[in-house]
Write a protein that binds this ligand. Structure first.
Ligand code: FAQ
Length: 316
């Protein structure tokens, strides 16, 4: 018994030394159960976010204002499906099955990014998702590209490249409407900012003091920056860009602090955040209903593929 404890301590020390040396942990390598559990939790939530994240923008594909805008949006939404695939695969390398992950999503047990439980009321919302939501996602995922788990970090490198295109197409639209748009388009852009700014800041997760997972994630090199650090970097980068377009950020307390060089925001409405995370946001029920429908409608494809695979297997 004592020998076994020493053995596990040795393995943990070696595991942590590998992370300290910047080595990647790969699927067959020894890892603490908690490392595996944290990664499955985070990667599966991330995969669900990509897939549920197709819905708010997907709703606008039939209403895109031009063929060019429609093609760009279709490519973007398809990319998000691909990101979901990479991420479900990364979680599978840790022993999670696709069935149990999807079951957790469809029964409402799994979390996914709060931001996708808000409605897309106008075309400008599609543009703001590109700029703000993809912008926030890139900030977080650029950090995760350095995560200690190999399959997750490699998926992030690929995803970030595609998200950069998503960010640019959103920003290009906002710049266009805010500078060359009609008065209606300018008003639509400001209205979208009024609704998307605060929920975007919530994407980074609770303040560090309330972030239950950060300590262990940072100890094991999964996260290398805290929720508040990333949120502040995002704010510092985006506020001047939004101001340059003459738009108003919906935060009366927002001001620049010369000493720290930071843009300081007012309080975030964490009651709203937890309401949304717990399933009571404006669109939670609708998002899950859409995913359940898609899952049911795809049942025949899964059955046909399983039957085909069995036939090939039996033949061999
Ligand atoms: N929404 O202890 P922490 C995208 C939960 S991808 C919902 O601080 P952690 C692409 C958290 O799970 C966007 N729940 O958690 C796209 C935990 O609960 P648990 C998704 C949230 O893990 C763009 C509890 O609160 N990106 O947008 C949220 O250390 C456009 C306590 O929180 C990722 O998933 C939230 N915002 O830090 C697609 C990146 N925040 O699980 C379509 C990977 C926190 O203990 C269109 N994930 N919670 O029951 C991460 O980096 C981290 O998981 C954080 C949260 C930073 C999200």
């Amino acid at each position: 018994m004592i020998e076994q404890t020493v053995n596990i301590d040795d393995r943990l020390a070696e595991f942590e030394a590998r992370i300290a040396r910047g080595e990647k942990i790969e699927p067959g390598d020894w890892m603490p159960d908690e490392y595996r559990r944290q990664l499955i939790r985070m990667i599966s939530q991330h995969a669900h976010s990509e897939v549920v994240g197709m819905l708010p923008e997907g709703a606008w594909i039939p209403h895109a204002p031009s063929l060019r805008r429609k093609m760009v949006l279709m490519a973007k939404v398809q990319d998000e499906a691909g990101h979901g695939q990479y991420l479900y695969h990364a979680a599978e390398t840790l022993g999670a099955t696709r069935e149990e992950m999807l079951d957790a999503l469809l029964t409402g047990k799994a979390k996914y990014a709060s931001i996708f439980n808000y409605p897309t009321l106008t075309w400008a919302d599609v543009a703001w998702i590109g700029w703000l939501v993809d912008g926030a996602a890139i900030k977080n995922q650029t950090m995760l590209a350095h995560a200690s788990y190999g399959p997750y970090s490699r998926a992030m490198v690929r995803i970030c490249a595609e998200e950069t295109f998503h960010y640019k197409q959103g920003k290009e639209m906002i710049v266009h409407y805010a500078t060359n748009g009609t008065p209606e388009q300018k008003a639509m852009v400001q209205d979208g900012l009024n609704r998307w700014w605060n929920p975007t800041l919530m994407m980074f997760g609770p303040h560090d003091s309330d972030s239950t997972n950060s300590e262990i994630l940072m100890r094991w090199g999964i996260k290398t920056k805290s929720n508040d650090e990333l949120r502040q970097e995002f704010i510092n980068e985006e506020v001047p860009e939004v101001h340059a377009l003459g738009l108003t950020i919906p935060d009366p307390d927002l001001h620049f602090d010369e000493e720290s060089g930071n843009w300081i925001i007012g309080p975030i409405d964490w009651d709203e955040f937890w309401r949304v995370v717990k399933g009571n946001g404006p669109m939670n029920a609708e998002r899950l209903a859409a995913r359940r429908d898609a899952h049911e409608n795809g049942r025949w494809v899964r059955e046909a593929m399983t039957a085909y695979a069995e036939k090939v297997h039996n033949h061999v």
